[in-house]
Design a protein around this ligand. Structure first.
Ligand SMILES: [Zn+2]
Length: 360
């Protein structure tokens, strides 16, 4: 992947560092500078962050390896300063499976805390309590590292269970709802809950001057909306082929007709045309902007042939609508002819397509 560095491959799943990851160390230096820390506290802060990111990787492997149990592969795990993400190839189909996969991540953090707990209680004088009055004092004692890692894992587990996308709690909520209703409806409710939670985070952050919380709130708003749009879109498109949006061919333009004739025979609403030869085969596309261009340069008597575009391709009538939308987006088509059994049966233009995509 672009802008990432592979650091390891475990269980056949590669782990990548996002390019922004090293900024964590700049941040550590900044934190150290703020509290006037020497080498030792900065070293401890670095070890602490590396340990926490190791826990984050383990959390992501919790998701990935549980998903594998249900036959879902994970493309990779990406670590950035704001956390990790295991990119699953798809979301497990059954709500119960999604629930287990979502819970597996925070469960890893709970497990780490449960392993650390007895070790600290037995081997450390102050058990799980952090020693020191100031941040500098806390960071000056290596034996505070254990309790810090334990506490952070508890926080990580709890934080991820907040019922708002993209936190695991959002998926937990959606999968629980999806046991009682359709996935689309469940996602819609989870999306609304995420928006309300985000508004809460934002106000809380603003009120208490915790701007990281405000930043997280904005992130929640964007990602939950994205999730909702994707699920809704997939549901609307499911099972539909290009015939769903196909239009009849209203205007047939021919290569040797003039632009003036094109204006006369077309109506005002049409902006994209298929152009035919005299064997009635599609040979190109004409866009309204080209007509305007010809008009502006006083070239109305030139043949259409001079202005046609070769940016089009034949689409078969049973092509999934999803693929055709992708085709328009990728290749920048304005109009395509639709064929069934070698017969031209209709057309689809970008205006019609955009209108539909916007309505989803
Ligand atoms: Zn997670």
């Amino acid at each position: 992947m672009k802008g990432t560095l592979k650091i390891a491959t475990l269980f056949n799943i590669p782990v990548f560092l996002h390019w922004s990851f090293p900024f964590i160390f700049l941040w550590i230096l900044f934190l150290g500078y703020q509290i006037d820390a020497g080498v030792q506290p900065i070293a401890m802060l670095s070890v602490f962050f590396i340990s926490i990111f190791t826990c984050v990787v383990l959390h992501e492997y919790g998701h990935a390896l549980t998903a594998r149990k249900y036959g879902v592969n994970t493309r990779d795990i990406i670590l950035s300063p704001i956390g990790g993400v295991a990119r699953l190839e798809k979301i497990p189909a059954r709500p119960k499976e999604e629930l287990v996969v979502a819970l597996a991540g925070p469960a890893v953090n709970v497990l780490i805390a449960l392993i650390l707990l007895p070790i600290l209680l037995i081997f450390r004088d102050h058990g799980i309590f952090i020693v020191g009055e100031s941040e500098l004092e806390v960071l000056s004692k290596w034996n505070n590292l254990g309790p810090l890692i334990l506490g952070t894992n508890v926080l990580l587990g709890l934080f991820n269970l907040i019922p708002a996308f993209p936190m695991d709690g959002g998926r937990v909520l959606r999968s629980l709802l999806a046991m009682k209703m359709t996935r689309v409806k469940a996602t819609k409710i989870a999306f609304i809950v995420a928006q309300i939670s985000a508004a809460g985070f934002f106000l809380w952050g603003l009120f208490f001057g915790n701007y990281i919380l405000c930043f997280i709130a904005i992130f929640v708003v964007i990602t939950s909306r994205f999730e909702w749009k994707n699920v809704k879109r997939a549901a609307v498109l499911e099972g539909k082929d290009v015939r769903f949006l196909m239009q009849p061919i209203r205007t047939r333009l021919y290569l040797d007709q003039s632009i003036r004739e094109a204006i006369e025979v077309s109506n005002e609403q049409e902006k994209y045309f298929l152009v035919f030869n005299h064997e009635d085969q599609v040979v190109g596309a004409l866009f309204y902007e080209f007509i305007l261009h010809a008009q502006a340069s006083n070239d109305l008597d030139s043949p259409i042939e001079k202005y046609i575009s070769q940016s089009w391709e034949t689409v078969l009538s049973h092509s999934p609508l999803e693929n055709v939308i992708g085709l328009f987006q990728k290749r920048g088509y304005g109009i395509v002819p639709i064929f069934e059994n070698n017969q031209l049966i209709g057309q689809l233009d970008i205006d019609q397509l955009n209108k539909f995509v916007k309505s989803i």
